[in-house]
Write a new protein. Structure first.
Length: 217
């Protein structure tokens, strides 16, 4: 599957240059079939060549990092708005059956007061290739981060990620797929761990809810 996807991107999308990187990045965020590390490292390999120079650095920035940052950020708004406007209604309607209430989210919102430190944590998470983008988008959406602030933090974080992964693709040449697959696997494990932790949290809340509704006599 990865090999077919790589071939498709190589032949039909990335030859467009910066536009191809942008389109692939948007699709990756909306449909999520494409590992983010794969697009950025492959873009670095295909679009950046030659020794370190002003020209290659500018190519890395304007053909890889910037279009990838813009594409990922715009594409991630799909999950962000879904979580922002659909998260509370779902929790209000079905959360009571699991012992999960919006007040739990509000407690987290209180702890994350929107300080520079909180923004830095989210920004760093965007930079790290193995942190799933969908998890960050959903987290920011459900906590009600302002759309403009979300754009700024996500764009800067993904831009730095693009510089890092694009440089790897540029330097490692044909073995870039192995690096991208490794990062993609780590990203999947992190996502599964997050989902497992969320499931455990829901189960604990549900058990407590049942115990409160039906106390032992």
């Amino acid at each position: 599957m990865i090999e077919q996807l790589v071939l498709f991107l190589q032949l039909h999308v990335l030859p467009w240059g910066a536009v191809g990187v942008f389109v692939a990045s948007v699709v990756e965020e909306v449909a999520a079939p494409i590992p983010s590390a794969l697009i950025m490292t492959m873009s670095g390999f295909l679009l950046v060549s030659g020794p370190v120079s002003v020209s290659t650095i500018l190519t890395l920035v304007f053909k890889v990092a910037l279009p990838a940052a813009l594409g990922v950020t715009i594409g991630s708004y799909f999950v962000y708005f879904l979580a922002r406007y659909g998260g509370r209604p779902i929790i209000d309607r079905f959360g009571k059956y699991l012992g999960l209430y919006w007040s739990d989210v509000e407690k987290i919102q209180t702890k994350l007061s929107g300080t520079r430190k909180d923004e830095l944590v989210i920004g760093v998470a965007r930079v790290l290739p193995f942190v799933p983008s969908v998890a960050i988008s959903a987290f920011c959406g459900i906590l009600g981060m302002k759309p403009l602030k979300y754009f700024y933090i996500s764009f800067v974080g993904v831009f730095l990620r693009g510089i890092i992964l694009g440089s790897i693709g540029w330097q490692v040449g044909n073995v870039y797929v192995k690096y991208a697959e490794l990062v993609a696997h780590i990203e999947s494990y992190v996502l599964y761990t997050m989902l497992g932790a969320l499931a455990l949290f829901v189960v604990v809340k549900y058990v407590r809810h049942v115990c409160q509704e039906k106390p032992y006599k």
